[in-house]
Write a protein that binds this ligand. Structure first.
Ligand code: CAA
Ligand code: NAD
Length: 308
């Protein structure tokens, strides 16, 4: 079922069936945008509850998209929502979820071990030609891909979307050491078919956006910890003084404090190996306390701010 795209100048592979792993903030958004653009999507998570959570995120966001697209025309809005939802199936059995996948996009928890376990398992289940991609924020694509066979490593790249996926236009496409040109071209092609703008990134910590954004957000937390300013004043300052749509604390809550904490933990290990400056990723007691209390940001109802 994998065909060459006849009209495409680059040697990319035609992708029709897409499987997304992780039905959280990012996986739901990726599945939604793919389904809006005609891909057949399987959304897979470990529990039925998590799959339902993903579908709820999609329904809510699709409501916004449809409202804007059809200016309140109820029949057309409903028809569109039905059509997009019709392109999405959920599945908890990971092996079954990839049985006819042309492309897998992984958006599960930011843990190298869990990602490697999943990809190692999928390597034996997906077709030989299936392309694997990770939406990791901060981990090395090469390190994740090494859980797979050498042939698969050539068909493995990074596809990094931004939150909220339906609204953010950028996708960072990462060509790791072993990623083939055909795989890279296919990932760029899929990105464009999803209506997004690709940028080319090397397999460096945080690629482009997070290499700048994560140290900035962590320094904002340290600023509040030092008592230099309150989170609210720092947010107001960056929104009104630097024109950012959200200040760093609103953005931390939006991204998820657990995710940010996983990223900085992973980077502290990289800092120990000299791959990233240590001072950028110093541990923050304030951030850790919120995570320990289960205050993970918007998705849990509370973080630096209260959303209940
Ligand atoms: N689903 C669908 N559409 C959405 C949406 C969603 N969940 N959220 C926002 N939108 C759309 C709105 O419909 C609206 O569209 P139009 O302009 O075409 O009307 C547009 O986005 C703007 O939304 P709003 O007017 O409701 O609100 P806003 O102007 O406050 O924008 C925002 C909301 C886009 C989230 C904006 O606040 C923003 O850009 N925030 C910063 C987000 C950011 O930096 N994300 C990156 C996080 S880092 C990351 O993702 C990488 C990582 O690895 C951690
Ligand atoms: P999330 O916590 O909202 O969702 C993660 C989902 O993965 C959960 O539903 C969980 O049940 C599921 N999961 C965990 N292990 C799994 C497994 N083995 N198989 C299938 N599903 C599994 O997290 P998120 O914010 O969507 O982040 C997901 C990935 O995307 C992470 O790698 C993160 O770094 C990256 N990312 C996050 C953002 C962001 O702003 N939150 C932006 C870009 C990239």
């Amino acid at each position: 079922h994998i065909l060459r795209a006849p009209h495409h100048p680059a040697a990319s592979i035609m992708v029709k069936n897409l499987t997304v792993f992780g039905a959280g903030l990012m996986g739901a958004g990726i599945a939604q945008v793919a389904a809006q653009n005609g891909f057949k999507v399987i959304l897979s998570d470990v529990t039925e509850k998590a799959c339902q959570n993903g579908l709820q995120i999609i329904q809510k966001s699709l409501g916004r998209v449809a409202k804007k697209k059809f200016a309140g025309k109820q029949d057309e809005m409903e028809g569109y929502t039905r059509q997009v939802m019709g392109n999405i199936t959920t599945m908890t059995d990971a092996g079954e979820a990839v049985s006819s996948a042309d492309l897998i996009i992984e958006a599960i928890i930011e843990s190298i071990k869990i990602k490697r376990d999943l990809f190692g398992f999928l390597d034996g289940k997906a077709s030989r030609g299936c392309i694997f991609a990770s939406n990791t924020s901060s981990l090395s694509i090469k390190d994740i891909a090494e859980a797979c066979s050498p042939e698969r490593q050539a068909r493995f790249g990074g596809l990094h979307f931004f939150n909220p996926v339906p609204a953010m236009k950028l996708v960072e496409v990462i060509k790791a050491e072993k990623t083939s040109q055909e795989t890279y071209d296919t990932l760029v092609d899929v990105t464009k078919k999803m209506g997004k703008v690709p940028v080319n990134c090397k397999d460096t910590p945080g690629f482009i956006v997070n290499r700048l954004l994560i140290p900035y957000m962590l320094e904002a937390v340290r600023m509040a910890e030092r008592g230099d300013a309150t989170p609210h004043d720092i947010d107001t300052a960056m929104e009104l003084g630097a024109g950012y749509p959200m200040g760093p604390f609103k953005l931390l809550d939006f991204v998820g404090l657990d995710t940010t904490s996983f990223i900085s933990e992973g980077w502290r290990e990289k800092a120990d190996r000299g791959q990233i400056p240590k001072e950028l990723v110093q541990k923050s007691a304030m951030l850790q306390k919120l995570v320990d209390e289960g205050k993970l940001g918007r998705k849990s109802g509370q973080g630096f701010y209260d959303y209940s």
